[in-house]
Design a binder for this molecule. Structure first.
Ligand code: ADP
Ligand code: LRH
Length: 502
């Protein structure tokens, strides 16, 4: 890109990157949006005894390294913004110190918490107030577990920041809670965007540390002099993007229009999680939505992301780690190639099964799952790789039917964005299992969505529709046509059976 650029810090649950985005001359003369990766780094939870934490200081160090690289490269940086995964939070005390390390949402302190929570406040009431799917990782349940355990951090807390807000505070000294990430907490009313304080009272969770949510596009403040000294970025504003990575990714889906009432496309934001859903003009907090356990998360410009969390490439990632532990270093492309050659449907696994949320070793967990569900022990790593991808495609198929039912519309195209859109085997399996064409890309949708929201905030762009046209014209997408859809019918039936029984 040509200066001036916008810098997107995008932190996913498996890796982080600092990406510069801006305009440049395209091959046919017109201007295009171009991105350039300044820094990429791994992000993994750290186990301490039985607990799991994020390495926040390492993330902060890496963010500063990325910003420093960008300051050296570009004459002018117009703004900076950070997006991250949802649900996790930091607490800040009266001396403006973090109360401790930040827990990872896979920390076991919320195991079994949902039943305890429903004894306190009925499930239907929580859904009616928040419109969110029930997952033990949600902030509400993390705070409930912390309250029940008498964690002292809660007594000391004066401010509550989601992860993006935490890094915005470290950059500017300004505290805020951005609304799309706040919408993942299960503590916010999706209609009014106000905190559900009565609900928090019902759980005995303190809430004086919450502040009014901020809209994406807001200029929060300038980079602190102490940060300028380290990074070389001087007088640069932080313009808040959709700090929830999935909300940023949805902004960058190269589709037509914005938030249609009867959508004919859906998205899968494919990374550690697969977030599959539709972008709608308003929340759908209906009994059917509750029954199907869909979520009404907040999108940009007051839109709703009606979606479902699906276990995602987490299982695939963790098989890779388990292989490394056994002395075999395999790359994504190699895993996909072996999966492509493996026999189909030898092993069915449900990526959303609780056994796969945070097992010490994923291969052991899959073998135990196979035994418990009466399936044969996987005979080779290729069987494991293939099963992880087929399990996802089967979940997508079920989720698509639910989405059509919920939105009362016919979904004609599936957009896959995020790192997982580079897995062509998974894209083809998705097209086949769902019997719909798949449009794959951009792989860096989250960072691109972050950049365009900063461009909207600083007046370089005027609307989401305009941003999407620019994205479509700037980043090539790959199309996968469905074939062999019927071979997925029988496995889909077996899979549904398995998902209910196991
Ligand atoms: P997150 O934001 O959750 O950290 P990403 O969007 O970065 O996730 O996606 C990471 C996933 O993308 C990896 O787990 C991997 O399965 C997939 N991936 C990344 N690069 C490639 C590649 N070159 N080919 C196939 N898959 C890839
Ligand atoms: C994806 C994601 C998802 C959340 C999960 C915690 O990175 O933000 O939308 O549910 O992480």
């Amino acid at each position: 890109p040509q200066s001036p650029v916008h810098l997107a810090v995008d932190l996913g649950a498996s890796s982080g990157r600092v990406i510069a985005g801006g305009m440049a001359d395209g091959p046919s003369g017109g201007q295009q949006l171009v991105i350039r990766e300044m820094h990429r780094f791994a992000n993994h939870p750290v186990r301490v005894h039985d607990s799991l934490y994020w390495n926040v200081l390492s993330l902060w160090q890496n963010i500063q390294d990325g910003l420093t690289g960008a300051a050296n490269e570009f004459d002018q940086v117009r703004s900076v913004g950070v997006d991250t995964w949802g649900v996790d939070f930091a607490l800040i005390d009266r001396n403006d110190q973090m109360t401790g390390p930040v827990r990872c949402y896979r920390d076991p302190r919320t195991n079994g918490i949902l039943d305890k929570a429903f004894d306190r406040v009925p499930r239907e009431q929580i859904f009616q107030e928040t419109g969110l799917q029930f997952m033990q990782i949600n902030t509400l349940f993390q705070l409930f577990a912390a309250t029940e355990a008498g964690e002292t951090s809660l007594d000391a807390a004066r401010s509550f920041l989601m992860m993006g807000d935490l890094f915005h505070w470290l950059l500017t000294g300004e505290k805020s809670i951005e609304v799309t990430n706040a919408s993942t907490t299960q503590m916010l009313d999706p209609r009014t965007k106000k905190w559900c304080l009565d609900l928090l009272d019902g759980f005995g969770i303190p809430h004086s540390f919450l502040c009014e949510p901020t809209e994406p596009g807001t200029t929060l403040g300038k980079i602190l002099p102490s940060v300028s000294k380290i990074t070389g970025l001087v007088d640069v504003p932080v313009v808040v993007p959709a700090t929830h990575d999935t909300a940023s990714a949805v902004v960058a889906v190269p589709a037509d229009g914005f938030a249609p009432a009867r959508p004919d496309w859906c998205y899968i934001s494919s990374g550690t999680w697969s977030l599959m859903g539709c972008e709608l003009p308003a929340p759908k907090v209906t009994p059917l939505c509750g029954e199907l356990n869909f979520t009404n998360e907040g999108g940009v410009r007051n839109s709703t992301r009606l979606l479902k969390n699906i276990g995602g490439l987490w299982v695939f990632q963790q098989i890779r780690q388990a292989m490394a532990r056994r002395g075999h270093d395999v790359q994504w492309a190699e895993m996909a190639a072996q999966a492509a050659d493996a026999k189909p449907f030898k092993l069915l696994i449900d990526p959303d099964h609780g056994d796969f949320l945070a097992p010490p070793d994923m291969i052991d967990a899959i073998e135990a799952f196979a035994a418990k569900t009466g399936q044969k022990k996987p005979e080779s790593p290729a069987t494991l790789y293939r099963a992880a991808l087929e399990g996802l495609a089967l979940r997508y198929r079920a989720c698509l039917a639910m989405l059509e039912q919920l939105t009362d519309s016919e979904i004609k195209t599936i957009h896959i964005v995020g790192g997982g859109s580079q897995n062509e085997l998974l894209c083809q399996m998705t097209a086949d299992a769902c019997n719909r064409p798949v449009v794959a890309g951009p792989a860096e949708a989250t960072a691109i969505g972050n950049v365009v929201m900063q461009m909207l905030g600083t007046g370089q762009l005027n609307s989401i529709e305009e941003a999407r046209v620019l994205i479509r014209d700037s980043f090539a997408a790959k199309r996968f046509e469905p074939s062999d859809a019927s071979i997925w019918d029988a496995p889909a039936e077996r899979f549904n059976q398995l998902a209910t029984e196991s």
